[in-house]
Design a protein around this ligand. Structure first.
Ligand code: AMP
Length: 193
């Protein structure tokens, strides 16, 4: 099973892809997580990405495409994977299509979690509070200013990715405003159809 999860920041992509990872026993590949790890490790990619991420912008396409191309070559992704937070631009989606063709692989589905802008800020504030309660550090970009920029990046650059996949007949839209279990059930239904 090879899946892509689309949706604005705070839509629940991470939560839902973690559930599917357990169900299908395939890795969840989050470019956000990989970039945060690179920032933490102080690698050249991390050094390049940090300021962009903190400000809520998008890291250059060639950087994330390179990361994903390498990651899906790893043995644990052989039977499938869930892409969470990638592709975020049409260029990335086209690059992914090329990579998959070369590897003789294809996507099984693209799931878009649809959530209105308004509840997203409240969700992000919640996420920050939950992090604090767990004794973790709040993500540098989980603040209202960076979040606004992330949402703008989403509408300007990532929303067209949905149209890209809809044009190929691969897009399955799911209401992401429903309670978490209902969203999971809707995703399973969409995958079964
Ligand atoms: P996320 O954890 O998916 O919300 O990603 C956090 C941040 O990492 C984003 O706001 C971007 O700065 C960067 N990022 C993650 N994935 C991508 C991507 N596919 N393309 C460009 N930037 C990305």
């Amino acid at each position: 099973m090879r899946l892509v999860f689309l949706g604005p920041p705070g839509a629940g992509k991470g939560t839902q892809s973690t559930r599917l990872q357990q169900k299908f026993n395939i890795p969840q590949l989050s470019t956000g997580d990989m970039l945060r790890a690179a920032v933490k490790a102080g690698t050249p990619v991390g050094l390049k990405a940090k300021a962009i991420m903190d400000a809520g912008g998008l890291v250059p396409d060639e950087v994330v495409v390179g990361i994903i191309a390498d990651r899906i070559d790893e043995p644990d992704a052989k039977e499938g994977f869930i892409l969470d937070g990638f592709p975020r631009t049409v260029k990335q989606a086209e690059a992914l299509a090329d990579i998959l063709i070369k590897k003789n692989m294809k996507l099984d589905a693209v799931i878009e979690l649809k959530v209105d802008d308004k509840p997203l800020l409240a969700r992000i504030e919640n996420r920050a509070q939950e992090c604090l309660a767990r004794g973790e550090t709040i993500r540098a970009d989980d603040n209202p200013e960076a979040f606004k920029k992330r949402l703008e990046s989403y509408h300007a650059q990532t929303a067209p990715v949905s149209a890209f996949y809809a044009g190929k007949g691969a897009l399955k839209a799911v209401d992401g405003m429903a309670p978490i279990d209902d969203v999971s059930a809707a995703i399973e239904k969409a995958l079964a159809s």
